[in-house]
Design a protein around this ligand. Structure first.
Ligand SMILES: [Zn+2]
Ligand SMILES: [Zn+2]
Ligand SMILES: [Zn+2]
Length: 144
């Protein structure tokens, strides 16, 4: 199942209809590979379906965020960019503080930690987003 199919399924499971706007926003996120700002999403959605307005894109982003289907990520900028979580609710990456390189981590290593946190706080997890900051190999080399 692709991230896109998983996302559509989670919307249906939560009792929401797949409207044109919802499908268009999820498509934009999927096609971009993630890390796309809301204004870029608005542009992509408009190119596909001019009938979907800016306001409904923003409403859709809020809904998808509240359902843990997507997450805003901030990096070091003020405008969030959005990513689709996997079917398991996972997203993790390394970000180079110098050149802004983003290395996506597809494997999830959170299992043990999630169990511990669920147990300790009696908290039911629906997803997680990890951002690790540092300096990438190329930047580390050019600095020396
Ligand atoms: Zn990422
Ligand atoms: Zn770098
Ligand atoms: Zn994970």
């Amino acid at each position: 199942m692709t991230e896109l199919d998983a996302a559509l399924q989670r919307l249906r499971d939560a009792g929401y209809k797949i409207t044109g706007a919802r499908r268009a926003v999820l498509n934009a996120l999927h096609e971009s590979g993630g890390h796309i700002t809301s204004s870029d999403i608005v542009e992509r959605v408009k190119a596909h379906d001019p009938s979907v307005g800016r306001a409904s894109v923003f409403r859709t982003l809020e809904l998808l965020t509240s359902l843990s289907i997507i997450r805003p990520t901030y990096g070091e900028s003020r405008a969030p960019s959005y990513v689709l979580l996997t079917a398991e609710g996972h997203h993790a990456h390394l970000i180079c503080s110098n050149c802004k390189l983003v290395i996506e981590l597809d494997d999830c290593h959170a299992d043990q930690l999630l169990l511990e946190l669920e147990e300790r706080y009696h908290f039911q997890m629906s997803g997680h987003l990890w951002e690790f900051y540092g300096i990438c190999e190329a930047c580390a080399r050019s600095d020396n």
